[in-house]
Design a protein around this ligand. Structure first.
Ligand SMILES: Cc1cc2nc3c(=O)[nH]c(=O)nc-3n(C[C@H](O)[C@H](O)[C@H](O)COP(=O)(O)OP(=O)(O)OC[C@H]3O[C@@H](n4cnc5c(N)ncnc54)[C@H](O)[C@@H]3O)c2cc1C
Length: 420
């Protein structure tokens, strides 16, 4: 461990580790010293209950693929990734339904489903590679304090019961939606609890999923069923079921047979008969938006900056666009001989992300309200909307492009040419 770094990333979750991976070539070529600090180690088998790398699966928008291609890890990720060939959207007990297909949209896939623990394993393996000599992965270790100073930041790390004082030009806080540092630094945030949980579990239908992802709206809450790779000959899908707090408890308490019966009754048989369910987990859902995302020497990133409702599968995809945009800005700053913590540099990054954040948060929040409402007028409106979507190719293309993360130009990570 060095005493001084150019950049310290707080949190080695999906967002913090992706930022470090995005900076690998620049770290070597531009002599950037980076530390990434994470308290929870990833187990050797890749399974971990570290928040980022737990039992969940993430739907990566088609637009997120290019970020991982540029980081040089896409090929490895594809070893355990499931392309989404079709998306079926339907409203239980109502007439509205719509189908989107990759073939119609002339893309190889509408998106990709990846299990978080596999993404974590690939990201952290990348950071252990020989060309990452300038990136120190400090784990298990925790950032206890961040103190802004004159032109540099002081960071207290606690590790093995000892504390060390480090300095750096820039601290990136990627320490998740419950960031304690955010509070300690007096960074205000907007918080609204949805009074809902996401119940997640892997379920096995009795037939192959054929790459179809389902979004089904029921009177008990919306459900997403995402296609996963087969395991030990079992067909598998990842279920994300948004439920009221009370319904969550009831469904968590049920035995597997009772749970599968409830799921089948709510979801119907369009994906087949559900024959097995894995471990269930429940996540409380809230909208969190940091009121300040940059200060001199400081950036708040990922869930620490914005935690969204998972209904539209947009939270991580938005965060990854932020990762790419920030990495790009920092590389330019370094090339121009500016400090990474320069406020103007960080404000330019935030300005690039602002409208994307507002639009994505508005889309997720609006979709959640529309599809959890029992108001008869809203129910009729959404069913007419789904029917219209199904018969109108232009509306369908617009919706598909938004779901694929292609509706606004995605920030592009610079292809490294070794220039300094
Ligand atoms: C049920 C559910 C389903 C979802 N599905 C999707 C989806 O399909 N598509 C999508 O785009 N998004 C999805 N999301 C959103 C996605 O999971 C988040 O955007 C993502 O997990 C954010 O990662 P993060 O690294 O910012 O935060 P976290 O995953 O919370 O990681 C924060 C890290 O910081 C570490 N940390 C905390 N404090 C400190 C400290 N003091 N010092 C050092 N380290 C610290 C923690 O140990 C942790 O590893 C979903 C979310 C939920 C709840």
């Amino acid at each position: 461990m060095k005493q001084h770094y150019d950049l310290i990333i707080v949190g080695g979750g999906m967002v913090g580790a992706s930022l470090a991976c995005a900076l690998v070539p620049a770290a070597e070529a531009l002599g950037l010293d980076i530390a990434i600090v994470e308290p929870v180690p990833l187990r050797r088998d890749g399974l971990s209950y570290q928040p980022s790398y737990d039992a969940r699966a993430t739907a990566l928008a088609y637009g997120s693929r290019s970020a991982y291609e540029r980081m040089g890890i896409w090929q490895t990720l594809t070893q355990h990734i499931t392309p989404i060939g079709e998306i079926h959207v339907s409203d239980r007990g109502h007439f509205g339904a719509s189908r989107l297909s990759a073939a119609q949209q002339q893309v190889p896939a509408l998106g990709y489903v990846i299990e978080n623990h596999w993404l974590g394993q690939v990201l952290l393996n990348r950071l252990q590679a020989p060309e990452c000599g300038r990136i120190d992965y400090l784990c298990p270790a925790e950032v206890a304090e961040v103190i802004p100073g004159d032109g540099q930041m002081s960071v207290t790390i606690s590790r093995d019961g000892c504390t060390s004082a480090l300095t750096c030009e820039l601290v990136v806080m990627a320490d998740g939606g419950r960031s304690e540092l955010r509070q300690r630094l007096g960074i205000g945030y907007r918080y609204s609890a949805y009074e809902q949980h996401a119940l997640i579990a892997n379920v096995s239908p009795d037939r192959p999923h054929r790459g179809i992802a389902y979004e089904r709206f029921t009177d008990q809450g919306p459900m997403a069923l995402l296609p996963l790779q087969e395991q030990d000959g079992q067909h598998r899908c990842a279920l994300v079921w948004t439920l009221s707090d009370d319904d969550t408890q009831t469904l968590m308490d049920m035995d597997d047979a009772g749970f599968l019966a409830q799921l089948q009754q709510r979801f119907g048989y369009r994906a087949g008969r559900f024959v097995q369910v894995g471990e269930r987990h429940a996540y409380p859902l809230q909208l969190v938006l940091a009121e300040e995302q940059v200060r001199a020497g400081l950036v708040v990133l990922g869930n620490a900056a914005h935690a969204l409702h998972p209904i539209a599968g947009q939270g991580y995809n938005l965060a990854l666009r932020g990762v790419v945009s920030l990495a790009d800005q920092l590389i330019d700053a370094r090339r121009q001989g500016r400090s990474l913590g320069d406020l103007a540099v960080l404000q330019a990054y935030h300005e690039r992300m602002r409208s994307d954040q507002q639009r994505t948060i508005g889309f997720s929040d609006g979709t959640m309200k529309l599809f959890t409402s029992r108001n008869p007028l809203l129910t009729l409106g959404r069913n007419l909307g789904l029917q219209a979507l199904d018969v109108c190719p232009t509306a369908k293309t617009l919706f598909a492009r938004s779901a694929m993360g292609l509706d606004t130009p995605a920030p592009v990570l610079q292809q490294w040419e070794g220039r300094s």
